[in-house]
Ligand binder design. Structure first.
Ligand SMILES: Cc1cc2nc3c(=O)[nH]c(=O)nc-3n(C[C@H](O)[C@H](O)[C@H](O)COP(=O)(O)O)c2cc1C
Length: 223
């Protein structure tokens, strides 16, 4: 994942992996409103490669859909919940972020690999999320690590956690290593292609999910 990238090269060079050529025809949000996308970066510091990756994923989504994006950075809110046991003991600022997570149309979750797993504070934030608050919610999984050796963290750590929540984890996860970044920006063409492929594969599932959720909400309101 070390091929250099310029913004120009992304647009000039076709994505070679086959699915991007038969992208879903419905490439705009079917909900008739911007999609509420909440991204969580589990990094403990800033600047952060994980946060840079998250923002690149949001940029890719934003090229395909109308989105209303919000980024939660654990390094900012971590001190507000570290060591807290119960949700009703959390400060309002953290409670507001949890509410955003639980009411999002789509979650993008990412963490740096720490000792072969996500960071402790990333997990601790999700310890406060309601057990059934993420049922069927589409979730795009991503991680950064020092090397590619822990790329399966997506399958072995993230997917089981969000499986517990009965969420809809999207099929392609995005893993990046330190060499994919320069100055905390994505510089790898391979990584950019992987992001775009993950988004392209996710789009139909997201759109179906949001249309169904909105339809259920309308019928509950008697509309
Ligand atoms: C405490 C600690 C543990 C780490 N453990 C791993 C690891 O097990 N595997 C790995 O590939 N990278 C590991 N790394 C490297 C980070 O995952 C990697 O540098 C990541 O890109 C940092 O992301 P950030 O800039 O968003 O914090 C570790 C880094 C730290 C600080």
């Amino acid at each position: 994942m070390s091929q250099p990238l310029t913004k120009q090269s992304v647009t000039d060079q076709p994505v070679t992996d086959e699915p991007s050529t038969d992208r879903p025809s419905a490439s705009r949000a079917s909900a008739g409103r911007p999609l509420r996308v909440v991204a969580v970066s589990g990094s403990l510091h800033a600047p952060s490669k994980t946060t840079a990756l998250v923002k690149e994923i949001l940029a890719s989504l934003g090229r395909e859909l109308a989105i209303d994006a919000h980024v939660i950075e654990i390094n900012e809110i971590g001190p507000g919940f570290a060591g807290t046991l119960r949700r009703d003991q959390l400060p309002e600022s953290v409670e507001n972020e949890l509410h955003r997570i639980e009411t999002a149309d789509l979650l993008v979750v990412a963490s740096p690999v720490y000792r072969a797993s996500f960071t402790g504070l990333f997990k601790h934030l999700f310890d406060f999320v309601g057990q059934y608050a993420l049922v069927d919610k589409p979730i795009l999984l991503a991680a950064t690590g020092g090397s590619d050796r822990h790329a399966l963290i997506i399958e072995h750590q993230f997917r089981p956690l969000f499986g517990f929540f009965q969420a809809l984890t999207l099929p392609i996860g995005i893993y990046a290593n330190d060499s994919d970044f320069a100055n905390y920006e994505v510089t790898s063409l391979d990584l950019q292609e992987r992001i775009d492929l993950a988004v392209a594969r996710a789009l139909p599932l997201i759109q179906i999910n949001v249309a169904e959720t909105d339809s259920i909400a309308r019928s509950l309101l008697g509309q």
